[in-house]
Design a binder for this molecule. Structure first.
Ligand code: SF4
Length: 351
């Protein structure tokens, strides 16, 4: 990802009582599913040439999307917008079977970049629907991942948008219900929703394993620790990124006096830093590290050059690329057959 031209020396180094410092949460930024999806679009462009169509934003980050657009990706909302016979990539958030069929009907060459952890939830939905369970899917109305998961068992799934929704849920057989969830929710809020669901439906079945993914959980655990010591938390990420928005919520819940989301360092406001000694910094799972580095550079201009990482987990998960992209045009295995170009970069190496 190219660096963003920054307006340097924009923030002033104003005096505060105490020493200024930054606590940098780790893990942060790209997860394995996002890394894989972004590489999939890049490789599709290399392999098939521009344009390559992508249904919806490949990942929810404005910088990633605009960078791929410059390389020749065209983002569309619907397969109907794609010329017959073109290549199309399905985003990391997953699609419903109806979308897959729509692409096939238009004779599109589809490359499925759905995160394998989202695919796992799709499979659970199909399996529980076959067993005649009613599925209570905890997630956000209108989120692409939720639409894709519901599309795998549309007749049997009810969306639970928040704890407040629980009282109004209607099911046919209260003794045969199971909960599933979107992968990028607040862990605490989801568990509260499950608790309320179980109060209403004592025989509520749990999924085989928690659907909230490792990356969401790890980033929330890291920011909890940082937030407890921070006057201000800056979360890098886009407003349509569910896991990014949850990091802002979690930071406030766990002790940060203020927390703001920014897409770019240039959005940091001078007044946010008034009287602040400790700034916490993190980023959502769809955010390239270069954007965090820009934030650290601007904070250094404002006197926050003392940066310590707060590490709560190590991540080394990698996913295979979509099968259509594992070999090059000559049939040779591609070296980037695994995702994982960027995991937890050492930020100091890149400054
Ligand atoms: S946030 Fe989790 S579910 Fe979403 S792409 Fe990343 S690893 Fe996959």
């Amino acid at each position: 990802m190219p660096r963003v031209p920054a307006l340097r020396n924009r923030l002033k180094d104003t005096p505060v009582t105490g020493s200024k410092r930054v606590l940098l949460a780790a893990p942060r930024g790209y997860c394995a599913g996002v890394d894989r999806a972004v590489i999939a679009v890049e490789k599709a462009l290399e392999r098939f040439g521009a344009p390559v169509y992508v249904r919806k934003q490949i990942v929810h980050n404005i910088h990633v999307v605009s960078t791929l657009e410059k390389k020749g990706a065209i983002f569309v909302d619907d397969v109907e917008e794609v010329p017959t016979g073109s290549h199309i990539v399905f985003s990391a958030h997953g699609v419903s079977p109806a979308v897959v069929k729509g692409a096939a009907d238009r004779e599109l060459d589809a490359i499925d970049a759905t995160c394998p952890l989202v695919t796992k939830v799709h499979r659970e939905a199909v399996r529980f629907a076959k067993q005649d369970f009613e599925i209570l899917l905890i997630g956000h109305h209108g989120h692409e991942e939720v639409e894709g998961t519901m599309g795998h068992a549309p007749e049997r799934t009810t969306l639970v948008g928040s704890p407040a929704d629980v009282a109004n849920i209607v099911v046919q057989n209260p003794d045969h219900v199971v909960w599933l969830s979107q992968t990028t929710l607040s862990v605490d809020e989801t568990m509260e929703t499950v608790r309320l669901l179980r109060e209403r439906f004592p025989n509520l079945q749990d999924p085989p394993s928690d659907d909230i993914c490792y990356a969401t959980t790890n980033r929330q655990v890291a920011i909890r620790k940082v937030a407890a010591e921070a006057d201000l938390v800056i979360v890098v990420g886009s407003s349509n990124s569910s896991n990014t928005m949850r990091l802002v919520d979690v930071a406030l819940e766990y002790g940060a006096k203020a927390a703001y989301r920014v897409d770019y360092a240039s959005e940091i406001q001078q007044e946010w830093l008034d009287g602040v000694t400790t700034v916490g910094v993190t980023s959502g799972a769809s955010v390239p590290e270069v954007l965090v580095q820009e934030v650290l550079d601007d904070l250094a201009d404002a006197g926050y050059g003392d940066v310590s990482q707060v590490v709560t987990a190590e991540e080394d998960l990698m996913f295979s690329l979509p099968k259509e992209l594992r070999k090059d045009a000559d049939g040779n295995a591609d070296e980037r057959g695994l995702g994982g170009r960027v995991r937890q970069l050492d930020w100091q190496k890149n400054r």
